[in-house]
Ligand binder design. Structure first.
Ligand code: URA
Length: 437
C-alpha cells in the first residue's frame, strides 16, 4: 500500500478499506507516513468526508495506536464518563464526576486543555495548587478505585495517533470536520475502556458546531461510532448561545463548581445541563431506573455533602494542597483588579456572542495564544449576565478579574460588543435541545 494512493482515493471520493485506514494510521505513528501526507489526508477528509464505516475504522485504528485501559479491578460498579465538545463557562465535568462517584459509578475521566476560544477542564484543575493532571496509569487507577473518580490529562501512550493528527489539524484548518472530530474524541474515550459514555454536544455561537444541523450530524456520528465500537453512548445537544453558569475563567469556574457541590444556589442553566447529563448516565448504566430516581440520588449526593467529599478526596489523592482546596474561595491566588463592566444603555440581554467572551478570557491570559504557553488561573469573569437579565447603571454585564490593569479597557469594550440589548424581555430558550441515541 502507498500513502499517496490512499489520499488520492479520498480526494476522488472513493471508499477506503479498514486495512488501508489502519495502514495509514500505523504509518503516521511509525514515521513511514510523512506529516505532509497526514496533512493532505486531513484536508481530503475535511472536504469529502468519510462514510460511517470509514469513520469507525479510523476511530478503531486511532484507539489501537497506543495503550488500551481495562478495568478488571472495577468490576463491581459501572465505568462511565462524559465528554463535551467544548464551550464557554462549561465546568460540568468538575461536578459530574464526583456526583456520579457518590451515586455508585466509577468515573475515570481523561480531560483536555482549552482549545480555541473554549476552556479546558485540565486548565481549571491546575488552579488547585498541587493537583497533578499528569499521572501514570497506576496512579489513575488507584485514585478511581479509592475515590470513585479521577480527572487527569491524556497520557503519552493513550491514542498517540490522535495527538499527532490533532496537532496537524490545528495548523491546517481541518479541525471542524465531523469524521475527524468523531475519531479524535472517541479514540481517546474508547482507549480509556469505558462501558458507558454520554456526549454533551454544544450547539451555538460559543461552540465549534454553531448550528443545529451540524451539531446534530456530529452527535449522530459520535453516537453511531461509539455504539458500533461497543461503548453504550447517547448524546445531549445543549445550548451554547450564552455562557454556561455565572463564571468564565479557570479558578473562578472551580469556585463556582465547588459552590454547586456544596449545594449553594446554582445557576439554573448550569444545574439543568449537569443534572441532565448525570441522569442520562445513571439511567444508561442501570444505577437508576427512572429519571425521577436519578435526580433524587443526585440531589442527595449534594445535600449530604457526599459529592463535595468525593471531589476533595480525588483532589487529595492527586496531590492538591488541601489547606487551599478546602478553603478555595478564601485561600486561592486572586487577581488584584476586579472591575464591573456596564452596558451603554439600560435594557434586557437579548443575545450574547459567546465566542467573544471566550476570546476575552484569552486576552486576560486565561487561555493560550501559543501551544506551549502557561495560562493565568486567576483571570476571567464573574456574575456574567444571562439572556433575559435586566442590566442598568447599577447592574453590570459582569465583573472582570485581571492581573493586568492595562487589559481592562480592551476586554470591557469586547464584552460590551458581545452583548446585544432589547427593550423587552426576550423569551427563555431551552438549554437541553435534543437527545440522540
Ligand atoms: N476535542 C477533541 O479531542 N478532538 C477534536 O477534534 C475536537 C474536540
Amino acid at each position: 500500500m502507498l500513502p499517496q494512493e490512499i489520499i488520492r482515493k479520498i480526494r476522488n471520493k472513493e471508499r477506503l478499506t479498514a486495512e488501508e485506514i489502519k495502514f495509514f494510521i500505523n504509518g503516521l505513528c511509525s514515521g513511514e507516513v510523512a506529516d505532509v501526507q497526514a496533512a493532505s489526508f486531513t484536508m481530503a477528509v475535511f472536504l469529502n468526508g468519510l462514510s460511517k464505516e470509514e469513520t469507525l475504522a479510523l476511530t478503531l485504528s486511532m484507539r489501537d495506536s497506543g495503550a488500551r485501559l481495562a478495568w478488571p479491578e472495577l468490576a463491581d460498579k459501572p465505568v462511565v464518563d462524559k465528554h463535551s465538545t467544548g464551550g464557554v463557562g462549561d465546568k460540568v465535568s468538575l461536578m459530574l464526576a464526583p456526583m456520579l462517584a457518590a451515586c455508585g459509578a466509577y468515573v475515570p475521566m481523561i480531560a483536555g486543555r482549552g482549545l480555541g476560544h473554549t476552556g479546558g477542564t485540565l486548565d481549571k484543575l491546575d488552579s488547585l495548587t498541587g493537583y497533578k493532571t499528569s499521572v501514570d496509569i497506576e496512579k489513575f487507577k488507584e485514585t478511581v478505585k479509592k475515590t470513585g473518580c479521577a480527572i487527569i490529562g491524556q497520557t503519552a501512550d493513550l491514542a498517540p495517533a490522535d495527538k499527532k493528527l490533532y496537532a496537524i489539524r490545528d495548523v491546517c484548518a481541518t479541525v471542524e470536520s465531523i469524521p475527524l472530530i468523531t475519531s479524535s474524541i472517541l479514540a481517546k474515550k474508547l482507549a480509556a475502556g469505558l462501558q458507558y459514555l454520554v456526549m454533551d454536544i454544544k450547539c451555538g455561537n460559543g461552540a465549534f458546531m454553531e448550528n443545529r444541523e451540524r451539531a446534530t450530524a456530529l452527535a449522530r456520528s459520535i453516537v453511531d461510532v461509539a455504539n458500533g465500537a461497543g461503548t453504550k453512548t447517547s448524546a445531549l445537544l445543549t445550548d451554547m448561545d450564552s455562557v454556561l453558569g455565572t463564571t468564565v475563567g479557570n479558578a473562578l469556574e472551580v469556585e463556582e463548581a465547588l459552590s454547586y457541590l456544596r449545594g449553594e444556589k446554582p445557576d439554573a442553566r448550569l444545574d439543568k445541563v449537569t443534572m441532565a447529563l448525570c441522569t442520562e448516565l445513571l439511567l444508561n448504566c442501570g444505577i437508576a431506573q427512572s429519571a425521577e430516581a436519578a435526580e433524587k440520588m443526585l440531589r442527595q449526593s449534594i445535600a449530604t455533602g457526599a459529592a463535595y467529599e468525593r471531589f476533595m478526596q480525588m483532589a487529595a489523592e492527586l496531590g492538591a494542597d488541601m489547606s487551599i482546596a478546602e478553603a478555595f474561595a478564601d485561600k486561592r491566588r486572586k487577581a488584584p483588579y476586579v472591575e464591573p463592566v456596564f452596558a451603554a444603555e439600560t435594557g434586557y440581554i437579548a443575545g450574547i456572542d459567546t465566542r467573544k467572551v471566550g476570546l476575552g478570557v484569552i486576552m486576560l491570559g486565561g487561555g493560550r495564544t501559543r501551544p506551549e504557553q502557561n495560562v493565568n488561573h486567576t483571570t476571567g469573569f464573574t456574575s456574567f449576565c444571562q439572556i433575559g437579565d435586566k442590566v442598568d447603571s447599577q447592574t453590570p454585564l459582569c465583573f472582570i478579574h485581571t492581573e493586568d490593569k492595562d487589559a481592562l479597557p480592551e476586554v470591557a469594550a469586547l464584552l460590551k460588543q458581545a452583548v446585544s440589548l432589547s427593550d423587552t424581555k426576550p423569551e427563555q430558550t431551552p438549554v437541553i435541545l435534543q437527545k440522540i441515541v
